[in-house]
Design a protein around this ligand. Structure first.
Ligand code: PAF
Length: 281
């Protein structure tokens, strides 16, 4: 159990971090939207192993949700989240109100071209601009030594790598491998929305990605392997299947031979949109 300090304003966040820096301590930042689960706690543990101080943020960022998306129903469990952060020895929680992040007159949007396009970018217009804007703000507000993000949101991670390089933000961005339930389902706050029947089917997304990887290993071409994967998802009740594709692991463009690759998918189970991806050796 730690003495978790909870702050709601940017000035308090900066004051705490400035104090630590004055004492020569390093700082890791873990941005989240709350509803914390084991995958978030894996980020906190990794952060703890890499810096003297760990700062978590909880902010359900409205600008990354389209009007017809699940902003209102996004799970919010602040009291339980605080308990988890305390138990895990996180030093500080920054949990601002929307008006602190987006005060009246706010008019700036960070748009990352290329890597934001295609995949989730095609199906969630404006989503990555919202993510890029809030993450840029959080990085500049905290100016940590390192910021950690899960590889589960793989396209988001590549967008954040790109913006931090392009804007010369002096923060190391670290992707942490996806944490899975024992049956393979990638941990996600949205899994809470799955019915019992949907939860039983949900691990099929990971199995399908593994099957695509196996087909590729057996010499089947990526078009055919992905087409078979999309059919497999549909047969298991995923509808619609938004995409299942092999991409360059860094640029997310069509893969070039000799580059590392990743297979990525997004599909709906009932009212819940699931995404997952795995690296290809
Ligand atoms: O991955 C998330 O939880 C969010 O997209 C992030 C990075 C905290 C930005 O709101």
């Amino acid at each position: 159990m730690s003495d978790l300090e909870i702050v709601r304003s940017i000035s308090e966040l900066r004051a705490a971090i400035t104090g630590w820096r004055r004492d020569g301590q390093t700082v890791a930042l873990v941005p989240t939207m709350g509803a914390l689960h084991d995958a978030h706690m894996a980020l906190m543990h990794e952060a703890r192993s890499r810096a003297d101080r760990v700062v978590a943020t909880i902010f359900v960022n409205p600008t990354q949700f389209a009007a017809d998306e699940d902003l209102d129903s996004y799970p919010r469990h602040e009291a339980a989240d605080i308990e988890k952060l305390q138990t895990d020895g996180v030093d500080l929680l920054f949990a601002p109100e929307a008006s602190e992040v987006y005060p009246d007159g706010f008019a700036t949007t960070i748009t990352v071209t290329g890597v934001s396009e295609g995949l989730c970018g095609d199906h969630r217009p404006g989503h990555f601009a919202g993510v890029a804007t809030v993450v840029t703000k959080l990085l500049l507000q905290a100016l940590p030594d390192i910021a950690l993000f899960g590889e589960k949101d793989y396209q988001q991670l590549q967008v954040i790598h790109r913006l931090s390089r392009d804007l010369n933000i002096p923060v190391e961005i670290l992707g942490v491998p996806t944490v899975r339930e024992p049956d393979g389902l990638a941990m996600s706050s949205r899994n809470l929305h799955l019915s019992k029947a949907e939860r039983d089917v949900a691990p099929q997304m990971y199995r399908t990605l593994m099957d695509v990887a196996a087909r590729l290993r057996n010499g089947i071409g990526s078009e055919a392997a992905c087409a078979a994967g999309r059919v497999q998802l549909a047969e298991n009740g995923f509808s619609p299947v938004e995409y299942l594709e092999v991409r360059d692991a860094e640029t997310l463009a069509q893969p070039l031979s000799g580059h590392s690759r990743r297979v990525l998918s997004a599909a709906w189970l009932g009212e819940t949109r699931l995404i997952d991806s795995i690296p290809l050796p």
